[in-house]
Design a binder for this molecule. Sequence first.
Ligand SMILES: *[C@@H]1O[C@H](CO)[C@@H](O)[C@H](O)[C@H]1NC(C)=O
Ligand SMILES: *[C@@H]1O[C@H](CO)[C@@H](O)[C@H](O)[C@H]1NC(C)=O
Ligand SMILES: *[C@@H]1O[C@H](CO)[C@@H](O)[C@H](O)[C@H]1NC(C)=O
Ligand SMILES: *[C@@H]1O[C@H](CO)[C@@H](O)[C@H](O)[C@H]1NC(C)=O
Ligand SMILES: *[C@@H]1O[C@H](CO)[C@@H](O)[C@H](O)[C@H]1NC(C)=O
Length: 457
Amino acid sequence: MGSKPEKLHLFLLILLFTSLYSSSSSAVTLQSSFPKEALPTKSGYLTVNSTTGSAIFYTYYEAQKPRMNLSETPIIIWLQGGPGCSSMLGNFYELGPFRVSSSLRHNVEHLSLEPNPGSWNRVFGVLFLDNPIGTGFSIASNPEEIPRNQHDVAKHLFIATRKFVALDKLFENRPIYLTGESYAGKYVPGFGYYTLKKNEGLPKSRRLNLAGVAIGNGLTDPEAQVGTHAVNAYYSGLINEKQKTQLEKLQMEAIRLTKNGNWSEATSARSRVLNTLSNMTGLATLYDFRKLKPYEDELVAKFLSNVEIKRALNARESIVFDICSDLVGKVLHEDVMKSVRYMVEFLVKNTKVLLYQGQCDLRDGVVSTEAWMKKMKWEGIGKFLEAERNVWRVNDELAGYVQKWENLTHAVVMNAGHLVPTDQAVNSQAMIEGWVLEKGLFATRLKQKPSNMGKSL
Ligand SMILES: *[C@@H]1O[C@H](CO)[C@@H](O)[C@H](O)[C@H]1NC(C)=O
Ligand SMILES: *[C@@H]1O[C@H](CO)[C@@H](O)[C@H](O)[C@H]1NC(C)=O
Ligand SMILES: *[C@@H]1O[C@H](CO)[C@@H](O)[C@H](O)[C@H]1NC(C)=O
Ligand SMILES: *[C@@H]1O[C@H](CO)[C@@H](O)[C@H](O)[C@H]1NC(C)=O
Ligand SMILES: *[C@@H]1O[C@H](CO)[C@@H](O)[C@H](O)[C@H]1NC(C)=O
Protein backbone atom coordinates (compact mmCIF):
# COMPACT_ATOMS: atom_id res chain seq x y z
CA MET A 1 0.00 0.00 0.00
CA GLY A 2 1.06 3.53 -0.38
CA SER A 3 2.68 4.05 -3.73
CA LYS A 4 1.35 5.24 -7.05
CA PRO A 5 -0.91 2.81 -8.86
CA GLU A 6 0.98 1.36 -11.78
CA LYS A 7 -1.58 1.83 -14.45
CA LEU A 8 -3.72 4.86 -14.64
CA HIS A 9 -4.84 6.19 -17.94
CA LEU A 10 -3.92 9.77 -18.59
CA PHE A 11 -7.50 10.80 -18.20
CA LEU A 12 -10.10 8.76 -16.47
CA LEU A 13 -13.47 9.70 -17.74
CA ILE A 14 -16.15 8.31 -15.60
CA LEU A 15 -19.83 8.77 -16.03
CA LEU A 16 -21.95 8.59 -12.99
CA PHE A 17 -25.68 8.87 -13.12
CA THR A 18 -26.57 10.47 -9.91
CA SER A 19 -29.83 10.89 -8.14
CA LEU A 20 -28.67 14.18 -6.69
CA TYR A 21 -30.69 16.11 -9.21
CA SER A 22 -33.71 13.87 -9.25
CA SER A 23 -35.92 16.90 -8.74
CA SER A 24 -35.13 18.20 -12.20
CA SER A 25 -36.83 16.49 -15.12
CA SER A 26 -33.70 15.54 -17.02
CA ALA A 27 -30.96 13.70 -15.18
CA VAL A 28 -27.68 15.50 -14.75
CA THR A 29 -24.65 13.47 -15.65
CA LEU A 30 -21.54 13.77 -13.57
CA GLN A 31 -18.25 13.52 -15.38
CA SER A 32 -14.98 13.49 -13.49
CA SER A 33 -11.44 13.51 -14.72
CA PHE A 34 -8.24 12.88 -12.84
CA PRO A 35 -5.10 13.76 -14.79
CA LYS A 36 -2.14 11.55 -13.97
CA GLU A 37 0.04 14.51 -12.99
CA ALA A 38 -2.47 15.32 -10.24
CA LEU A 39 -1.91 12.01 -8.44
CA PRO A 40 -0.28 12.17 -5.02
CA THR A 41 3.34 11.08 -4.77
CA LYS A 42 2.16 8.54 -2.23
CA SER A 43 -1.19 7.73 -0.67
CA GLY A 44 -2.85 5.00 1.32
CA TYR A 45 -3.20 3.92 4.93
CA LEU A 46 -1.08 4.27 8.07
CA THR A 47 -2.21 1.71 10.63
CA VAL A 48 -2.66 3.16 14.12
CA ASN A 49 -3.86 -0.02 15.80
CA SER A 50 -2.47 -3.28 14.49
CA THR A 51 -4.85 -5.29 16.70
CA THR A 52 -7.97 -3.82 15.23
CA GLY A 53 -6.72 -2.52 11.89
CA SER A 54 -7.84 1.06 12.42
CA ALA A 55 -5.88 3.31 10.09
CA ILE A 56 -5.40 6.90 9.05
CA PHE A 57 -5.71 7.69 5.34
CA TYR A 58 -3.11 9.98 3.83
CA THR A 59 -2.12 11.67 0.61
CA TYR A 60 1.40 13.03 0.23
CA TYR A 61 2.66 15.46 -2.39
CA GLU A 62 6.40 15.96 -2.74
CA ALA A 63 7.75 19.50 -3.20
CA GLN A 64 7.41 20.67 -6.80
CA LYS A 65 10.44 22.96 -6.80
CA PRO A 66 12.44 22.20 -3.68
CA ARG A 67 14.96 24.84 -2.66
CA MET A 68 17.19 22.33 -0.89
CA ASN A 69 17.96 18.64 -0.93
CA LEU A 70 14.75 16.68 -0.51
CA SER A 71 16.19 14.99 2.57
CA GLU A 72 16.21 18.43 4.23
CA THR A 73 13.08 19.89 2.67
CA PRO A 74 10.37 20.65 5.24
CA ILE A 75 7.19 18.58 5.35
CA ILE A 76 3.91 20.32 6.15
CA ILE A 77 1.21 18.21 7.77
CA TRP A 78 -2.35 19.48 7.19
CA LEU A 79 -5.25 18.64 9.50
CA GLN A 80 -8.84 19.59 8.74
CA GLY A 81 -11.28 20.70 11.43
CA GLY A 82 -14.86 19.71 12.14
CA PRO A 83 -14.53 17.81 14.38
CA GLY A 84 -14.74 15.04 11.82
CA CYS A 85 -14.04 16.81 8.51
CA SER A 86 -11.72 15.24 5.96
CA SER A 87 -8.36 16.75 5.04
CA MET A 88 -9.28 15.94 1.44
CA LEU A 89 -11.10 19.26 1.67
CA GLY A 90 -7.75 20.96 2.25
CA ASN A 91 -6.22 18.78 -0.46
CA PHE A 92 -8.77 19.30 -3.24
CA TYR A 93 -10.38 22.63 -2.30
CA GLU A 94 -7.76 24.69 -0.49
CA LEU A 95 -3.98 24.18 -0.60
CA GLY A 96 -3.23 21.01 -2.56
CA PRO A 97 -1.52 21.14 -5.96
CA PHE A 98 -4.79 20.51 -7.84
CA ARG A 99 -8.29 21.66 -6.88
CA VAL A 100 -11.70 20.45 -7.96
CA SER A 101 -13.64 22.77 -10.16
CA SER A 102 -17.04 22.31 -11.69
CA SER A 103 -18.66 23.42 -14.90
CA LEU A 104 -22.09 22.58 -16.25
CA ARG A 105 -22.61 22.10 -19.99
CA HIS A 106 -25.69 20.54 -21.59
CA ASN A 107 -26.80 18.84 -18.41
CA VAL A 108 -23.38 17.36 -17.80
CA GLU A 109 -21.56 18.49 -14.71
CA HIS A 110 -17.83 18.29 -15.34
CA LEU A 111 -15.63 17.95 -12.28
CA SER A 112 -12.03 18.47 -13.14
CA LEU A 113 -8.80 19.10 -11.29
CA GLU A 114 -7.16 22.43 -11.99
CA PRO A 115 -3.60 23.38 -10.95
CA ASN A 116 -3.54 25.56 -7.85
CA PRO A 117 -1.39 28.67 -8.30
CA GLY A 118 -0.91 28.86 -4.53
CA SER A 119 -0.31 25.23 -3.62
CA TRP A 120 1.59 24.72 -0.39
CA ASN A 121 3.79 22.01 -1.91
CA ARG A 122 5.70 24.38 -4.17
CA VAL A 123 8.83 24.24 -2.03
CA PHE A 124 7.70 21.86 0.76
CA GLY A 125 6.27 18.37 0.88
CA VAL A 126 2.64 18.36 2.07
CA LEU A 127 1.00 15.47 3.91
CA PHE A 128 -2.79 15.42 4.34
CA LEU A 129 -4.09 13.16 7.12
CA ASP A 130 -7.75 12.17 7.52
CA ASN A 131 -7.97 12.62 11.28
CA PRO A 132 -9.22 11.27 13.62
CA ILE A 133 -10.03 7.71 12.54
CA GLY A 134 -13.59 7.55 11.25
CA THR A 135 -13.04 10.74 9.25
CA GLY A 136 -12.95 10.86 5.44
CA PHE A 137 -11.29 7.70 4.11
CA SER A 138 -9.76 6.77 7.47
CA ILE A 139 -10.84 3.53 9.07
CA ALA A 140 -12.29 3.18 12.57
CA SER A 141 -12.67 -0.57 13.01
CA ASN A 142 -15.19 0.09 15.72
CA PRO A 143 -16.74 3.35 16.91
CA GLU A 144 -15.40 2.88 20.47
CA GLU A 145 -11.90 3.40 19.11
CA ILE A 146 -12.58 6.92 17.86
CA PRO A 147 -10.70 9.28 20.20
CA ARG A 148 -12.76 11.35 22.63
CA ASN A 149 -10.06 13.82 23.63
CA GLN A 150 -7.01 15.58 22.24
CA HIS A 151 -4.52 13.29 23.97
CA ASP A 152 -5.94 10.24 22.21
CA VAL A 153 -6.22 12.10 18.90
CA ALA A 154 -2.54 13.03 19.21
CA LYS A 155 -1.53 9.48 20.10
CA HIS A 156 -2.92 8.20 16.80
CA LEU A 157 -1.43 11.10 14.85
CA PHE A 158 1.98 10.42 16.35
CA ILE A 159 1.84 6.72 15.45
CA ALA A 160 0.63 7.51 11.92
CA THR A 161 3.28 10.14 11.30
CA ARG A 162 6.05 7.88 12.61
CA LYS A 163 4.84 5.24 10.14
CA PHE A 164 4.77 7.77 7.33
CA VAL A 165 8.31 8.94 8.04
CA ALA A 166 9.47 5.32 7.99
CA LEU A 167 8.07 4.76 4.48
CA ASP A 168 11.05 6.35 2.80
CA LYS A 169 14.65 7.09 3.78
CA LEU A 170 14.09 10.50 2.23
CA PHE A 171 11.54 11.41 4.94
CA GLU A 172 13.65 10.45 7.94
CA ASN A 173 15.07 13.72 9.22
CA ARG A 174 13.01 16.36 7.50
CA PRO A 175 11.63 19.19 9.64
CA ILE A 176 7.90 18.75 10.23
CA TYR A 177 5.43 21.63 10.53
CA LEU A 178 1.95 20.91 11.86
CA THR A 179 -0.77 23.01 10.28
CA GLY A 180 -4.53 23.01 10.11
CA GLU A 181 -7.70 24.99 10.31
CA SER A 182 -10.75 25.55 12.47
CA TYR A 183 -11.14 22.59 14.86
CA ALA A 184 -7.52 21.77 14.08
CA GLY A 185 -6.99 24.70 16.47
CA LYS A 186 -7.33 21.80 18.94
CA TYR A 187 -5.59 19.04 16.99
CA VAL A 188 -2.48 21.02 16.05
CA PRO A 189 -1.61 22.10 19.62
CA GLY A 190 -2.62 18.64 20.88
CA PHE A 191 -0.35 16.85 18.42
CA GLY A 192 2.50 19.33 18.91
CA TYR A 193 2.32 19.12 22.70
CA TYR A 194 2.15 15.33 22.68
CA THR A 195 5.11 15.17 20.28
CA LEU A 196 7.42 17.39 22.34
CA LYS A 197 6.60 15.45 25.53
CA LYS A 198 6.88 12.07 23.85
CA ASN A 199 10.15 12.96 22.10
CA GLU A 200 11.83 13.52 25.48
CA GLY A 201 11.60 9.81 26.28
CA LEU A 202 12.61 8.52 22.88
CA PRO A 203 15.97 7.92 21.21
CA LYS A 204 16.65 10.44 18.47
CA SER A 205 15.87 7.98 15.71
CA ARG A 206 12.28 7.53 16.91
CA ARG A 207 11.43 11.17 17.51
CA LEU A 208 9.41 13.40 15.24
CA ASN A 209 11.42 16.37 14.03
CA LEU A 210 8.83 18.99 14.97
CA ALA A 211 9.83 22.46 13.77
CA GLY A 212 6.70 24.56 14.25
CA VAL A 213 2.90 24.74 14.37
CA ALA A 214 0.45 26.92 12.43
CA ILE A 215 -3.28 27.34 12.99
CA GLY A 216 -5.71 29.00 10.58
CA ASN A 217 -9.01 30.38 11.90
CA GLY A 218 -8.75 28.06 14.87
CA LEU A 219 -10.91 27.11 17.79
CA THR A 220 -8.36 26.79 20.59
CA ASP A 221 -9.67 28.51 23.72
CA PRO A 222 -13.46 28.37 23.24
CA GLU A 223 -14.41 30.10 26.49
CA ALA A 224 -12.58 33.27 25.41
CA GLN A 225 -13.64 32.94 21.80
CA VAL A 226 -17.37 32.38 22.24
CA GLY A 227 -17.58 35.73 24.01
CA THR A 228 -16.54 37.71 20.93
CA HIS A 229 -19.31 37.10 18.36
CA ALA A 230 -21.66 39.84 19.52
CA VAL A 231 -19.16 42.72 19.52
CA ASN A 232 -17.57 41.50 16.34
CA ALA A 233 -20.91 41.43 14.49
CA TYR A 234 -22.09 44.67 16.08
CA TYR A 235 -19.02 46.66 15.09
CA SER A 236 -19.18 45.14 11.61
CA GLY A 237 -22.66 46.64 11.28
CA LEU A 238 -24.36 43.25 11.04
CA ILE A 239 -26.58 43.45 14.13
CA ASN A 240 -28.04 46.28 16.21
CA GLU A 241 -27.59 46.99 19.89
CA LYS A 242 -30.67 45.05 20.96
CA GLN A 243 -29.50 41.99 19.03
CA LYS A 244 -26.04 42.42 20.49
CA THR A 245 -27.53 42.23 23.99
CA GLN A 246 -29.53 39.12 23.08
CA LEU A 247 -26.47 37.46 21.65
CA GLU A 248 -24.40 38.39 24.70
CA LYS A 249 -26.89 36.62 26.94
CA LEU A 250 -26.47 33.44 24.93
CA GLN A 251 -22.69 33.83 25.02
CA MET A 252 -22.77 34.23 28.81
CA GLU A 253 -24.70 30.98 29.05
CA ALA A 254 -22.10 29.15 26.93
CA ILE A 255 -19.34 30.61 29.10
CA ARG A 256 -21.13 29.68 32.33
CA LEU A 257 -21.59 26.07 31.21
CA THR A 258 -17.96 25.92 30.12
CA LYS A 259 -16.74 27.23 33.47
CA ASN A 260 -18.91 24.57 35.17
CA GLY A 261 -17.43 21.85 33.00
CA ASN A 262 -20.90 21.02 31.69
CA TRP A 263 -19.25 20.14 28.39
CA SER A 264 -22.05 18.74 26.32
CA GLU A 265 -24.45 21.55 27.22
CA ALA A 266 -21.71 24.11 26.67
CA THR A 267 -21.14 22.85 23.13
CA SER A 268 -24.85 23.07 22.39
CA ALA A 269 -24.95 26.58 23.88
CA ARG A 270 -22.18 27.66 21.51
CA SER A 271 -24.15 26.25 18.59
CA ARG A 272 -27.12 28.36 19.72
CA VAL A 273 -24.94 31.47 19.65
CA LEU A 274 -23.81 30.73 16.10
CA ASN A 275 -27.28 29.75 14.88
CA THR A 276 -28.78 32.88 16.35
CA LEU A 277 -26.12 35.05 14.75
CA SER A 278 -26.78 33.29 11.48
CA ASN A 279 -30.55 33.90 11.79
CA MET A 280 -30.11 37.53 12.80
CA THR A 281 -27.79 38.38 9.92
CA GLY A 282 -29.36 36.19 7.23
CA LEU A 283 -25.89 35.61 5.82
CA ALA A 284 -25.28 32.71 3.44
CA THR A 285 -22.49 31.56 5.72
CA LEU A 286 -20.74 32.70 8.89
CA TYR A 287 -17.49 31.48 7.38
CA ASP A 288 -17.26 34.67 5.33
CA PHE A 289 -19.56 37.65 5.69
CA ARG A 290 -18.92 38.69 2.07
CA LYS A 291 -20.13 35.49 0.44
CA LEU A 292 -23.52 35.27 -1.26
CA LYS A 293 -23.41 31.48 -1.16
CA PRO A 294 -21.58 28.98 1.04
CA TYR A 295 -18.23 27.44 0.14
CA GLU A 296 -18.81 24.67 -2.41
CA ASP A 297 -17.12 21.94 -0.41
CA GLU A 298 -19.64 19.34 -1.56
CA LEU A 299 -17.75 19.33 -4.88
CA VAL A 300 -15.00 17.41 -3.15
CA ALA A 301 -17.46 14.82 -1.84
CA LYS A 302 -18.97 14.38 -5.31
CA PHE A 303 -15.52 14.03 -6.82
CA LEU A 304 -14.42 11.45 -4.28
CA SER A 305 -17.61 9.40 -4.50
CA ASN A 306 -16.25 8.00 -7.74
CA VAL A 307 -14.87 4.49 -7.34
CA GLU A 308 -12.16 4.98 -9.98
CA ILE A 309 -10.90 8.00 -8.14
CA LYS A 310 -10.92 6.17 -4.81
CA ARG A 311 -8.87 3.45 -6.48
CA ALA A 312 -6.45 5.99 -7.92
CA LEU A 313 -5.91 7.39 -4.41
CA ASN A 314 -5.50 3.92 -2.82
CA ALA A 315 -8.56 4.62 -0.68
CA ARG A 316 -10.78 1.78 0.44
CA GLU A 317 -13.51 1.57 -2.18
CA SER A 318 -16.24 0.46 0.18
CA ILE A 319 -16.01 3.67 2.21
CA VAL A 320 -18.80 6.11 1.52
CA PHE A 321 -16.96 9.41 1.59
CA ASP A 322 -18.45 12.27 3.58
CA ILE A 323 -16.76 15.67 3.84
CA CYS A 324 -17.58 15.61 7.56
CA SER A 325 -18.41 12.57 9.66
CA ASP A 326 -21.44 13.00 11.93
CA LEU A 327 -20.25 10.09 14.03
CA VAL A 328 -16.84 11.66 14.74
CA GLY A 329 -18.58 14.97 15.40
CA LYS A 330 -20.77 13.27 17.99
CA VAL A 331 -17.91 11.41 19.64
CA LEU A 332 -15.99 14.67 20.12
CA HIS A 333 -19.06 16.72 21.10
CA GLU A 334 -17.92 16.97 24.72
CA ASP A 335 -14.42 18.02 23.66
CA VAL A 336 -15.51 21.13 21.76
CA MET A 337 -15.45 23.69 24.59
CA LYS A 338 -12.29 22.37 26.27
CA SER A 339 -9.37 24.75 25.99
CA VAL A 340 -5.94 23.78 24.70
CA ARG A 341 -4.45 27.22 25.30
CA TYR A 342 -2.01 25.74 27.81
CA MET A 343 -0.64 23.54 25.04
CA VAL A 344 0.02 26.57 22.82
CA GLU A 345 1.74 28.23 25.80
CA PHE A 346 4.03 25.21 26.03
CA LEU A 347 4.64 25.16 22.28
CA VAL A 348 5.53 28.84 21.97
CA LYS A 349 8.26 28.34 24.56
CA ASN A 350 9.73 25.43 22.67
CA THR A 351 9.09 25.91 18.98
CA LYS A 352 7.55 28.48 16.67
CA VAL A 353 3.84 29.24 16.40
CA LEU A 354 1.85 30.97 13.64
CA LEU A 355 -1.77 31.98 14.12
CA TYR A 356 -3.45 33.29 10.99
CA GLN A 357 -7.03 34.23 10.16
CA GLY A 358 -9.02 35.25 7.15
CA GLN A 359 -10.36 38.67 8.00
CA CYS A 360 -14.00 38.01 6.99
CA ASP A 361 -14.68 34.92 9.13
CA LEU A 362 -17.41 35.34 11.76
CA ARG A 363 -16.79 31.99 13.47
CA ASP A 364 -13.10 31.87 14.40
CA GLY A 365 -11.77 35.13 13.06
CA VAL A 366 -9.30 37.82 14.09
CA VAL A 367 -11.11 39.24 17.14
CA SER A 368 -11.88 35.72 18.34
CA THR A 369 -8.21 34.70 18.16
CA GLU A 370 -6.84 37.88 19.71
CA ALA A 371 -9.18 37.35 22.66
CA TRP A 372 -7.22 34.32 23.81
CA MET A 373 -3.79 35.25 22.49
CA LYS A 374 -3.61 38.16 24.92
CA LYS A 375 -4.42 35.80 27.80
CA MET A 376 -1.46 33.56 27.04
CA LYS A 377 0.87 32.81 29.91
CA TRP A 378 4.21 33.32 28.20
CA GLU A 379 7.07 35.62 29.09
CA GLY A 380 6.97 37.11 25.57
CA ILE A 381 3.30 38.01 25.42
CA GLY A 382 3.78 41.60 26.57
CA LYS A 383 6.47 42.18 23.96
CA PHE A 384 4.30 40.55 21.34
CA LEU A 385 1.33 42.79 22.15
CA GLU A 386 3.61 45.84 21.98
CA ALA A 387 5.16 44.76 18.68
CA GLU A 388 4.25 46.64 15.54
CA ARG A 389 1.51 45.27 13.35
CA ASN A 390 3.18 45.50 9.95
CA VAL A 391 1.39 46.07 6.67
CA TRP A 392 2.02 42.96 4.61
CA ARG A 393 2.19 43.11 0.82
CA VAL A 394 2.53 40.37 -1.76
CA ASN A 395 3.49 41.35 -5.32
CA ASP A 396 3.04 44.98 -4.28
CA GLU A 397 -0.57 44.46 -3.25
CA LEU A 398 -2.00 44.64 0.22
CA ALA A 399 -2.22 41.08 1.56
CA GLY A 400 -2.87 41.73 5.25
CA TYR A 401 -0.98 42.35 8.47
CA VAL A 402 1.79 40.54 10.29
CA GLN A 403 2.73 40.96 13.93
CA LYS A 404 5.58 39.02 15.41
CA TRP A 405 7.76 38.69 18.44
CA GLU A 406 10.22 35.83 18.72
CA ASN A 407 8.39 32.52 18.44
CA LEU A 408 4.89 33.93 18.01
CA THR A 409 3.57 35.26 14.70
CA HIS A 410 0.09 36.54 13.98
CA ALA A 411 -1.10 37.09 10.40
CA VAL A 412 -4.37 38.59 9.20
CA VAL A 413 -5.18 37.62 5.62
CA MET A 414 -7.31 40.22 3.89
CA ASN A 415 -10.24 39.38 1.65
CA ALA A 416 -10.41 35.86 2.97
CA GLY A 417 -12.89 33.93 5.08
CA HIS A 418 -12.56 30.74 7.11
CA LEU A 419 -10.86 28.81 4.28
CA VAL A 420 -7.89 31.12 3.72
CA PRO A 421 -6.10 29.11 1.01
CA THR A 422 -9.35 28.82 -0.98
CA ASP A 423 -9.89 32.56 -0.95
CA GLN A 424 -6.28 33.78 -1.18
CA ALA A 425 -4.26 30.94 -2.64
CA VAL A 426 -1.15 32.87 -3.64
CA ASN A 427 -1.01 34.98 -0.49
CA SER A 428 -1.52 31.92 1.72
CA GLN A 429 1.42 30.31 -0.07
CA ALA A 430 3.54 33.44 0.46
CA MET A 431 2.56 33.34 4.13
CA ILE A 432 3.42 29.71 4.80
CA GLU A 433 6.68 29.93 2.84
CA GLY A 434 7.63 33.19 4.53
CA TRP A 435 6.94 31.76 7.97
CA VAL A 436 8.68 28.40 7.49
CA LEU A 437 11.71 29.91 5.75
CA GLU A 438 11.69 33.04 7.97
CA LYS A 439 11.64 35.57 5.16
CA GLY A 440 10.45 39.17 4.98
CA LEU A 441 8.05 40.14 7.77
CA PHE A 442 8.18 36.54 8.96
CA ALA A 443 11.93 36.69 9.58
CA THR A 444 13.05 35.98 13.11
CA ARG A 445 14.85 39.29 13.27
CA LEU A 446 13.82 42.00 10.89
CA LYS A 447 17.09 43.19 9.39
CA GLN A 448 16.24 46.80 10.05
CA LYS A 449 13.18 48.82 10.76
CA PRO A 450 11.77 49.71 7.36
CA SER A 451 12.00 53.46 6.86
CA ASN A 452 8.89 53.69 4.73
CA MET A 453 6.65 51.48 6.73
CA GLY A 454 4.39 49.20 4.80
CA LYS A 455 6.60 48.93 1.78
CA SER A 456 8.58 46.07 3.20
CA LEU A 457 7.74 42.52 2.23
C1 LIG B 1 -6.04 -0.73 19.95
O1 LIG B 1 -7.29 -1.33 20.15
C2 LIG B 1 -7.39 -2.07 21.35
C3 LIG B 1 -8.75 -2.76 21.37
O2 LIG B 1 -9.79 -1.82 21.16
C4 LIG B 1 -7.21 -1.13 22.53
O3 LIG B 1 -7.22 -1.85 23.72
C5 LIG B 1 -5.87 -0.40 22.39
O4 LIG B 1 -5.74 0.57 23.40
C6 LIG B 1 -5.79 0.28 21.04
N1 LIG B 1 -4.48 0.91 20.87
C7 LIG B 1 -4.36 2.17 20.43
C8 LIG B 1 -2.95 2.67 20.23
O5 LIG B 1 -5.30 2.92 20.20
C1 LIG C 1 22.75 17.88 -1.00
O1 LIG C 1 23.26 16.65 -0.57
C2 LIG C 1 24.52 16.32 -1.12
C3 LIG C 1 24.88 14.91 -0.68
O2 LIG C 1 24.56 14.69 0.66
C4 LIG C 1 25.55 17.35 -0.68
O3 LIG C 1 26.81 17.06 -1.25
C5 LIG C 1 25.09 18.72 -1.10
O4 LIG C 1 25.97 19.70 -0.60
C6 LIG C 1 23.69 19.01 -0.62
N1 LIG C 1 23.21 20.25 -1.19
C7 LIG C 1 22.66 21.21 -0.46
C8 LIG C 1 22.17 22.41 -1.21
O5 LIG C 1 22.52 21.14 0.75
C1 LIG D 1 -25.76 20.86 32.63
O1 LIG D 1 -26.62 21.91 32.17
C2 LIG D 1 -27.98 21.51 32.03
C3 LIG D 1 -28.74 22.70 31.41
O2 LIG D 1 -28.42 23.90 32.06
C4 LIG D 1 -28.53 21.10 33.39
O3 LIG D 1 -29.86 20.65 33.24
C5 LIG D 1 -27.66 19.97 33.95
O4 LIG D 1 -28.08 19.66 35.26
C6 LIG D 1 -26.20 20.39 33.98
N1 LIG D 1 -25.40 19.25 34.37
C7 LIG D 1 -24.42 19.36 35.25
C8 LIG D 1 -23.65 18.09 35.51
O5 LIG D 1 -24.12 20.41 35.78
C1 LIG E 1 -33.09 29.96 13.21
O1 LIG E 1 -34.11 29.98 12.21
C2 LIG E 1 -34.64 28.71 11.89
C3 LIG E 1 -35.60 28.89 10.72
O2 LIG E 1 -36.45 29.97 10.93
C4 LIG E 1 -35.31 28.11 13.12
O3 LIG E 1 -35.80 26.84 12.84
C5 LIG E 1 -34.27 28.03 14.23
O4 LIG E 1 -34.89 27.57 15.44
C6 LIG E 1 -33.62 29.35 14.49
N1 LIG E 1 -32.53 29.14 15.44
C7 LIG E 1 -32.26 29.96 16.45
C8 LIG E 1 -31.17 29.55 17.37
O5 LIG E 1 -32.87 31.01 16.64
C1 LIG F 1 11.56 30.25 21.43
O1 LIG F 1 11.80 28.89 21.08
C2 LIG F 1 13.12 28.43 21.35
C3 LIG F 1 13.19 27.00 20.86
O2 LIG F 1 13.03 26.98 19.47
C4 LIG F 1 13.41 28.54 22.81
O3 LIG F 1 14.74 28.16 23.05
C5 LIG F 1 13.20 29.98 23.28
O4 LIG F 1 13.37 30.06 24.67
C6 LIG F 1 11.79 30.44 22.92
N1 LIG F 1 11.64 31.86 23.26
C7 LIG F 1 10.73 32.30 24.12
C8 LIG F 1 10.75 33.76 24.39
O5 LIG F 1 9.90 31.61 24.67
